[in-house]
Design a protein around this ligand. Structure first.
Ligand code: KIV
Ligand code: ZN
Length: 498
């Protein structure tokens, strides 16, 4: 059996549909270019019928990337397939990903249908997609909970209809690794024509088994894995790209290889985390801040004697480079452009100029500008056309006194000022803000994260604010964490549908 494993990245589709992770088209192109540099085989660029924004992103990503296959998702619906084909028209290599739910619970409650009718709809969708493209992937949604015998009938029928890849999603993240592996094995052994297609894994992480299930699928015959950077995705997420790539690289005895340039993993991880405002948990495998930090005395002693005692991955292998280049206020535009390129970001001159202004402002406050700072600055670009902006903020706080904040805002160009007291500086600043933006809004979640180390570091704030029964996600980054908090709150307000 062929031992090359194809990597299908769905960061821009399954990952991007997570609330708060939405990207604009420019940002999606940045991620797509980073994925191309990483060496993924397929980029799932969106679900074109779902919105004009998604349609446009698929069009632009199709133009922007050269080597990877660009894939668009559809339901088993003719109109979806036609819209996807249209969105893919500029792609050099294109794929339509169509499918339907196959578990009894989906058949009964989602479609009010029966097993035979679902096979007919699956076959019709694949045949329709083949009228537009040669490469058609079929997904059997909730295959994880679909009875294997029936699943084999579905897979056989879509192969006859012309599918080139068949995706077996564990949509709800329910399967045990042994069960998922056995499902793939069953299909490999019982489906006529299985040799003509590639079987694909698509595992969700609801029980923390997405990567284990994916590996079990591959060991039993799947040759494509559907993954996202940092494992972002619906609910508990999808299988993490970096974990799968490093598992097969660290276990050469399995004889499975991918095209992933693992040295670009760290940059891609940071780019996605920053653009999507989705912090990576510090102990996340491969890309977490602590993934290579040895803290206990016994471990540190071992690592000093020989790094192999406690380290199974050389950090350089995933692009964590000790010689990270640090920029300062004296670094010019060219140095910034070079560093951005190394991080997988290419900007037009006008955008580079804006970013450089922000860079100089930050370099005034902070001696050394790290890659993470640059990624935050690149992500912060979206705030330029905000309706509400923070003009100034002054806070007094301390022990044994109530905090006082005064702030100035521009709202659509008009200036407003307010002051308030609170039980801490953030509370005071937000109360002052609410005096100007007088709406019934509630802070639901608030996290502060330092980027690197040192008291002059940039703090990143993620917030969720509830307004009019919707949750809005906001982000702020500043060397002053009170200012970062107010900026994150304002970021939420700027997204309100009013
Ligand atoms: O999880 C899932 O089943 C999916 C399909 C649409 C492929 O994301
Ligand atoms: Zn999914």
């Amino acid at each position: 059996m062929e031992n090359r494993l194809f990597v299908f990245d769905t960061t821009l589709r399954d990952g991007e549909q997570v609330p708060g992770c939405q990207l604009n088209t420019v940002e999606k192109i940045q991620v797509a270019k980073a994925l191309e540099a990483l060496g993924v085989d397929v980029i799932e660029a969106g679900f074109p019928v779902s919105s004009p924004g998604d349609f446009n992103s698929v069009v632009e990503i199709s133009k922007a990337v050269t080597w990877p296959v660009v894939c668009a998702l559809t339901r088993a619906v003719e109109k979806d397939i036609e819209v996807a084909a249209e969105a893919l028209r500029h792609a050099k290599r294109k794929r339509i990903h169509t499918g339907i739910g196959t578990s009894d619970v989906h058949i009964r409650y989602k479609f009010n249908s029966n097993r035979d009718e679902i096979i007919e709809r699956a076959v019709a969708a694949v045949k329709h997609a083949r009228r537009f493209v040669e490469d058609v992937e079929f997904y059997a949604e909730d295959a994880g909970r679909t009875d294997n015998e029936y699943l084999a009938r579905v897979v056989e029928a879509v192969i006859k209809a012309g599918a080139t890849v068949v995706n077996i999603p564990d949509t709800t993240g329910y399967c045990l690794p042994s069960e998922y592996g056995a499902k793939i094995r069953y299909l490999m052994e019982h489906v006529d024509g299985i040799g003509k297609v590639i079987l694909s894994t698509h595992c969700h992480n609801d029980l923390g088994m997405a990567t284990a299930n994916t590996v079990a699928g591959v060991l039993n015959g799947a040759r494509q894995v559907e993954v996202t950077v940092n494992g972002i995705g619906e609910r508990a997420g999808n299988t993490a790209l970096e974990e799968v790539a490093m598992i097969f690289k660290s276990h050469p005895g399995l004889g499975i290889s991918t095209n992933v340039n693992t040295r670009k993993i760290s940059a891609a991880s940071r780019l996605v985390s920053n653009l999507m405002n989705m912090p990576v948990q510090p102990n996340k495998a491969v890309v977490g801040r602590n993934a290579f930090a040895h803290s206990s005395g016994i471990h540190q002693d071992g690592v000093l004697k020989n790094v192999q005692t406690y380290e199974i991955i050389d950090p350089h292998e995933v692009g964590i480079d000790d010689s990270e280049i640090i920029l300062t206020a004296r670094s010019g535009r060219a140095a910034l452009r070079n560093r951005l390129a190394a991080l997988g970001i290419q900007l037009k001159d006008s955008m580079l100029d804006k970013l450089y202004e922000g860079f100089l402002r930050l370099a005034d406050k902070k001696k050394e500008i790290t890659d993470d700072d640059i990624l935050v600055l690149a992500g912060a670009d979206r705030s330029y056309n905000h309706r509400i902006r923070l003009d100034y903020l002054q806070v007094t706080s301390g022990v044994g006194v109530r905090s006082v904040a005064s702030l100035g805002l521009s709202v659509a160009g008009e200036k407003f000022e307010a002051a308030a007291t609170g039980n801490g500086p953030v509370d005071a600043a937000i109360k002052a803000l609410k005096k100007i933006v007088n709406r019934h809004m509630t802070l639901k979640e608030f996290t502060i994260q330092a980027l690197n180390k040192g008291s002059d570091d940039v703090g990143k704030v993620h917030m969720q604010v509830e307004y009019d029964n919707h949750i809005y996600y906001g982000f702020g980054a500043n060397t002053d964490i009170i200012a970062a908090s107010v900026e994150a709150y304002i970021d939420c307000i700027n997204k309100f549908k009013m």
